[in-house]
Write a protein that binds this ligand. Sequence first.
Ligand code: ADP
Length: 292
Amino acid sequence: MKIINFGSLNLDEIYKVEHICASGETLRVLEFQRSIGGKGLNQSIAAARAGASVLHAGKIGKEGVCLQSFLAENGVDVSMIQLCDEPQGRAIIQLTPQADNCIFVYGGSNRAVDILFIDECLSHAQPGDWLMTQNEISNLPYLLNAAARRKMHIFLNASPVDAELARMNLSCVDWITVNETECCQLTGCTDTMTAYEALRARLPHTGILLTLGADGSICWKDGHEYRQDAFPVAAVDTTAAGDTFAGYFVSCLTEGSSIQDALRTASKAAAIAVSNPGAAPSIPWRNTVDLT
Ligand code: ADP
């Protein structure tokens, strides 16, 4: 059973700032760093480092070849990463000393994913394989329906939420994961637990994974609720916490772990990720997680 992660690949630019820049403000940058990222890339790295067999499908621009190499070095199958004429997708990240972040994303090559490419990639899927995806590529509704037709297990990280995603029919999704903000944005509720109830009502046949940062996570599947505390750590950089959690959670499910065990392993992996700087570089390998 393999995971096809149809996802974004980004070059990240990280700006360390005293606080998140406000509207109309000009802010001096304390430190600048380039990194590799994209929710798709991070989740492929997390699932592969957790031990799963992962094929990453996506598009890169000319400047993005290093992203493909990084995935390959981590044991991800990169045969379905295609070079295109669009500029490489990228994310601009503000990071504060309190480990808060604020991110805006330029889609670029990630928005060049078209229907033909989706069909070509999914022709490598068998019924029972897993599709992981996020909301950073184009033609997401087509991808979800095509995967459902092929009887894949579909795991959607509903991030980032936009108006199109909030309106989308997600009933074919087997698992959806959201953080507190995304849960509220998807449902139009202002309170997280009300939003969680609303999402459960809207998607009664979908497993729901709600991550609550340092307050842990809640999972709802087939009428049962599971809760997992976060592992207490000193957070250095929370970028990629959710990506690490998602990749580890899916990888554990493909191994046949129980939901409770998958939540525990994913929480441990995410706690290690937030204790280390960076996005993809902070994602731990399985032996580190198991030994912690
Ligand atoms: P996202 O990165 O998508 O915003 P969250 O912030 O909810 O997602 O974090 C995902 C998971 O990472 C949490 O459910 C938790 O297990 C872990 N995590 C996040 N922040 C911390 C923290 N400060 N300490 C320990 N674990 C954390």
